[in-house]
Design a protein around this ligand. Structure first.
Ligand code: GDP
Ligand code: MG
Length: 370
């Protein structure tokens, strides 16, 4: 870009021309709305808003998603699968999550206290699997509604004594919409009234046909309560992961999604991030949704302090200026100044758009205003 008028630049930066004129004034330049700005001036002003000028286009650093570039295949390696457990209420999701965690996480972690950070990792046959244990279907509904895809594989829990229920169908629809492979865990097999055939029959109607019946959906009978079938289930997760070949580049600056967040009295803003690509490190300048900061401290799912977190790793961080939302994207920047500018610009824009939403004149509020 060689030149732009004040008005054109303002538009590209999603700002009012008057604001650009003011900025220029502060920099000692008197300008009008139709004034042409040269490259240096454009760069100077754009920089103030965390936007970098490249050869041809203005790269909008505040559009986090656009900054997430693909990796060359030779730079990627296998990463752990990220798994969500879904199913109808009372079919055993929480019991299964606890059962997996208890059998696997604490192995060799004598007295290791597992923290609740919204996600945890287990190791099976020398490979890691990441489980999201966000309550209910939040991982899918909230995050997907906001465009964030965090799940690789869904375990659909169906109680063998109850069969397919409304939320079972809902879960299937979510997973299908997201094109996420489904593994069916037929739970409560320890119960007298368990009827796995009925579950298989009912799921056939929703396009999930077991391998035994000539389909390609994996069904695993389990008892989450008694810890039976869990090992097989985890082996199946590994199998699907191998087939799907989930990969990432641990060498790049980290990008990912917020799983949970809160304000802690002592520690300030606390956010659980799922690193989806790259490696997150202590001290990294970061933008998370409309907040920013430097990664001050990182704690893993075992409550241990860690210095870095690679692909598919959930980690709890502190150091953000504001509490982000679950489903917000995060991205690490090269330097703190840019992170700050991008974060502030995004926060500002959010403020403006929420104000604009409120100030829309409808027939209802027109009379209120009068
Ligand atoms: P959620 O609503 O899907 O999270 O279901 P929960 O994990 O809270 O389980 C609901 C109830 O089913 C609880 O009383 C569990 O103890 C029970 N439950 C879960 N899994 C099993 C199982 O494998 N066998 C039996 N008998 N009960 C189970
Ligand atoms: Mg539950």
């Amino acid at each position: 870009i060689e030149s732009l008028t004040v008005q054109e630049l303002a538009k590209k930066l999603h700002r009012e021309p008057s604001e650009i004129i003011k900025k220029l004034f502060m920099l000692g330049v008197m300008a009008t709305i139709n004034q042409t700005l040269d490259k240096d001036a454009i760069e100077l002003i754009a920089g103030e808003y965390g936007v970098e000028v490249e050869e041809e286009i203005l790269v909008d650093l505040t559009d986090l998603e656009s900054l997430v570039t693909d990796d060359a295949p030779e730079n990627t390696i296998e990463r752990p699968s990220v798994v969500t457990i879904m199913g109808h209420v009372d079919h055993g999701k929480t019991t299964l999550l606890d059962s997996i965690r208890n059998t696997k996480v604490t192995e060799g972690e004598a007295g290791g206290i597992t923290q609740h950070i919204g996600a945890y990792q287990v190791e099976v046959s020398g490979k890691k699997i990441t489980f999201l244990d966000t309550p209910g279907h939040a991982a899918f509904t909230t995050m997907r509604a906001r465009g964030a895809q965090v799940t690789d594989i869904t375990i659909l829990v169906v109680a063998a004594d109850d069969g397919v229920m409304p939320q079972t169908v809902e879960a299937i629809n979510h997973a299908k919409a997201a094109e996420v492979p489904i593994i069916v865990a037929v739970n409560k097999m320890d119960k007298e009234s368990a009827n796995p055939d009925r579950v298989m029959q009912e799921l056939t109607e929703h396009g999930l046909v077991s391998e035994a019946w000539g389909g390609d959906t994996i069904f695993v009978p389990i008892s989450a309560k008694q810890g039976e079938g869990i090992d097989t289930l985890l082996e199946m997760v590994l199998l699907v992961g191998e087939v799907e070949e989930y990969k990432a580049n641990p060498e790049r600056r980290a990008v990912g999604t917020v799983i949970e967040s809160r304000l802690d009295k002592g520690r300030g803003t606390v956010a659980t991030l799922l690193v989806q690509n790259g490696t997150l490190k202590i001290g990294d300048p970061i933008v998370v949704g409309n907040s920013f900061g430097r990664v001050r401290a990182m704690v893993n799912d075992l409550g241990r302090r860690v210095k870095e977190a690679g692909p598919s790793t959930p980690v709890e961080i502190t150091g953000l200026n504001e509490v982000p939302d679950a489903g917000d994207r995060f991205i690490v920047f090269e330097d703190e100044k840019t992170a700050r500018q991008v974060g502030e610009t995004r926060a500002q824009r959010q403020l403006v758009s929420s104000r604009n939403e409120k100030s829309v004149v409808t027939l209802d509020n027109l009379f209120e205003q009068m």
